[in-house]
Write a protein that binds this ligand. Sequence first.
Ligand SMILES: [Zn+2]
Ligand SMILES: [Zn+2]
Length: 307
Amino acid sequence: MRLKYSGRINEFTRLANMNIGLEKIIRNAEKVSVHGGHSGQFCQHAQDDLESIIQAYIEQGFTWVGITEHIPPISDKMRYPDEAEAGLSAEFMQQRFVEYFRLGRDLQNKYANQIEILLAFEIETYSGAKDYVHGLIKQFQPDYLVGSLHHVNGIGIDYNKEHYQLALAQSGSMVQLYCDYFDSQFAMLQEFCPAVVAHFDLIRAFDPAYLSTLSDPVVIEKVDRNLNFIAENKLILDFNLRGFDKGLEQYPSLPILKKAMAKEIALLPGDDSHSIKSVGRNYEAGLAVLANLGASLEWQKPAQLKY
Ligand SMILES: [Zn+2]
Ligand SMILES: [Zn+2]
């Protein structure tokens, strides 16, 4: 009885010590973001100006951060509904993107002794985007690319539930929608080899049964293929903290996260901030997930493009 009792105390002490250890590990980890800094200045669905957002990163003690604004749409047809409603033409947004780069480079220099800013952008994947994105890379020479898909068969998948349903109807079934997404992602990976792969399984955004869809053998095969490409090319997976906002988990979801770890893929926090108040949000919760899984909290910086 006595022995059993002390055994339990030891177990509690061990767990308590482990938690203190975990907290310390999280607190001591360098604060970084590979995907963030969307601002109301340059993005219709974000708030606040870019400089204030950078100042927020500095205040929170981030050592380096990738500012990764969305590229402008290729045409009016590819605008998001909020952009169309606000009367923003694709041409206007393309001009504004010039200003994004000009200001981004200025701020990179201005705050160089307080924070390392990497100036990047988040690419889009849809029909016709390939040459357009290559043109933007040539024109702006970003420090790196964030490889994203927000469309499947030309239909937005994370804008709202209605659009998601349209994309689902177009693909014909949930499994096929995931397959279309991961095939398109694979083509994007091969074409651009982006240093950071954003929200890997964003396709689950409006699928409440995503764990079951992700466990379909056909989907698993495509996920594995894409992760193998990421591993072979030493790309970084955006451990996207925005996923926690919906009361869910990060992107990529746990089963994919575990596979990525087994393949020794670097996982880095991306706060995907879209305002001052979303800078660094869910950071501790995210790091706790990584630390609990035994993932490294020593961050690999995205490989910078050479020109
Ligand atoms: Zn955004
Ligand atoms: Zn995104």
